[in-house]
Structure formats: C-alpha cells, structure tokens
Design a protein around this ligand. Structure first.
Ligand SMILES: [Zn+2]
Ligand SMILES: [Zn+2]
Length: 334
C-alpha cells in the first residue's frame, strides 16, 4: 500500500516524511483491517514529527505511519472478531488500545491508561491506505456522517467533548477558548451546547470567522479579550488549545476567581493559589465519550469544518498547518 512514513525526527521542511510503498498490514485475530477513507491532520502529528513529543516517548518506534483521526470501511476481520464484518463503516480515535486492568481503566479513565497505545504514535496510523485496530476500539460511523466530515470527530471532536465535560461547563457560564484550531472549533461548539456564553480567542481573522460560523457568541483577538473582560467580566472557564506560552499566561491572567483553566496543550503554568482556581490537563477521551461525540454529530449538533487533501500531499499540508494556514481541519484522502 501507499503510506506516509516517518523515517526520522526532523523539521517537516527537511522531509522526514516519505510517501512510500510498504507492505499491507495484516489483522491479528482480534483486529480489523480498515481501508482508510480519510485521516485528519493533527497539530500533534507535527509535534511528533519535529521531536516535541520525545519527552513522552513518542514516537515509540521508527519508521512509523502517523495519523490518528481515521475513518474507513472494514476490509477484513481477524478470526475472533465478533461485532464487525467487511463493509462496515467505522472510525478509530487516538486511543488505539488499553490494558483494561490498570487503576485508570478500572475507574472509567482509560484515556489515562498506564499502558495505553496511541494510534500513529506507538502503532502505525492512518496516513495510509490501510490500517489495523483491535475491534474493541473501533466505532461504528452513524449512517448520516460522511468519512471526511467525521474523521476529525475522532480527535478534535472527542478531545473537545471531553474537555468541556472535564471543566464541568454549566449553563450560563462564560467560557473562553483560546486557539481556534481543529480542537478549539469543536470545544466551542460543545461549550455552547452545554449552555455557556462562548468567547473564541485567536490571532487569526480566518479562525475567528470560523468561530462565528460554528456559533461563538464572541470572537476576539487576545488584545480584544483583555478589553472585553473589563466591560463584561472575567470568564468562569478558560480553555487553552493554542500551542503558545502566551496563551497559557493570558488564560491564567483573565480567569475569574474560583474559575477553571483547562490546558489542552503542553505548557508550564505557575499557579496563583490564593485565587483558588484549578488547572487541569485534558487528553483525548474514553470510548463511551467517543460514542457520545458521534451521537451529537449525527444529530447535527456539532460539525467538523474540514478541507480534503490528497494523501500524497501530507508534507504540504503539515507545512501549512505549521504556518497557521489551516482553518478548521485538514483531512488526508488516500
Ligand atoms: Zn489529534
Ligand atoms: Zn489501563
């Protein structure tokens, strides 16, 4: 099959990704073989390619096929697979497999599993024509959702959904989302669904336009946010989805006393303890939350804003992403 193969850690402009022909993957007894129809392009793919996830042991092997927001059609199933058959329309998220036995798995927090394997980071992912996954981690795609429009529900969708639940966003709260990328534009929609007054914050006009399109009550630059809080008060919840230390610092500065700053990105944050806010991390989400995310999209409550590109053009797309020129989500199509 054709696949984008990451051969070494390097700046994307130095071509560490090679569009190569590799052997087709074969499903193990408990796995399904998926013919990939679309795979979203995540900023964390870029972080991995450029070595910023080495501190987390990612990638754990080289070469590796990146990509973890995958939709497709089941082409073959292993001998022990019970719930899927060839022809089923499915998707898989970042969480490729967990051990099912650790303290986190046993308490409904499998996204924190001590032995979790993540798609395209520990095992080959979806920048390819085919991909294998354990059947327990495969989700059926609702009939009314297309492959390309739903690929990114499997990372930004689930991540935004989980973040809003985790921050305990409630009716009537003011919620600021800093960074309206793939994840931010989904987080905004889920916060709105939860009943919040939503404030989108970004430096890019195009991204602020998208924020308005998906229903943000306010769309502001970081400077405008500073002015906004003077007239309208500080937000109860600030979610940081921009890979920027400045964004983290602004979040800590503007959050309401007693409020919540939710970090959806890496970053160091000094805590002003007398203000008694919580700083929380948030990472992907559980399989149950994936099902709930799909349900909400299927009901037309949220949608991924996406543009499709040829799989062969992955490098160009990643460069555009790095330059901040991808609005919504880019999806690769083999
Ligand atoms: Zn992702
Ligand atoms: Zn576990």
């Amino acid at each position: 099959m054709k696949a984008q193969l990451l051969t070494r850690i390097d700046k994307i402009e130095n071509h560490p990704l090679i569009y190569a022909t590799v052997p087709d993957p074969k499903p193990e007894p408990d796995q399904v073989l998926i013919k990939v129809k679309a795979c979203g392009v995540c900023y964390s793919n870029l972080h991995m390619i450029e070595g910023e996830l080495k501190q987390f042991g990612v990638p754990s092997k080289l070469p590796i096929i990146p990509g973890h927001e995958i939709t497709g059609i089941i082409e073959a199933v292993g001998s022990q697979v019970k719930n899927f058959q060839s022809g089923d329309r499915v998707g898989t998220q970042v969480l490729w497999k967990t051990d099912g036995t650790c303290e986190f798995c046993l308490t409904g927090r499998e996204n924190l599993c001590l032995k979790r394997q993540t798609t395209g980071e520990n095992v080959d992912g979806g920048y390819a024509e085919y991909f294998v996954a354990p059947e327990g981690f495969v989700h059926r795609l609702p009939d009314n959702l297309g492959f390309e429009e739903s690929a990114s529900l499997f990372c930004p969708g689930i991540t935004g959904y989980h973040a809003v639940k985790r921050a305990n966003v409630r009716f009537g709260q003011k919620v600021a989302v800093i960074g309206i990328g793939g994840v931010g534009h989904m987080t905004l929609q889920f916060a709105k669904l939860a009943g919040a007054e939503t404030i989108a914050v970004d430096t890019s006009e195009a991204k602020l336009r998208l924020a308005k399109e998906v229903g943000a009550d306010h769309a502001l630059t970081p400077t405008e946010l500073n002015e906004f809080i003077v007239s309208s008060g500080r937000p109860d919840v600030v979610m940081v989805h921009a890979p920027s230390q400045k964004a983290v610092e602004q979040a800590l500065r503007v959050v309401k006393r007693g409020g919540v700053v939710l970090m959806g990105v890496c970053g160091d944050a000094p805590v002003k303890f007398p203000e008694e806010y919580s700083i929380m991390g948030s990472v992907i989400g559980t399989r149950q939350e994936m099902n709930e995310t799909l349900k909400l999209a299927s009901m037309g409550k949220v949608r991924v804003d996406y543009n499709s590109y040829e799989l062969r053009d992955a490098e160009d797309v990643l460069i555009k992403l790095k330059q901040g020129n991808i609005v919504g989500r880019a999806v690769l199509v083999p």
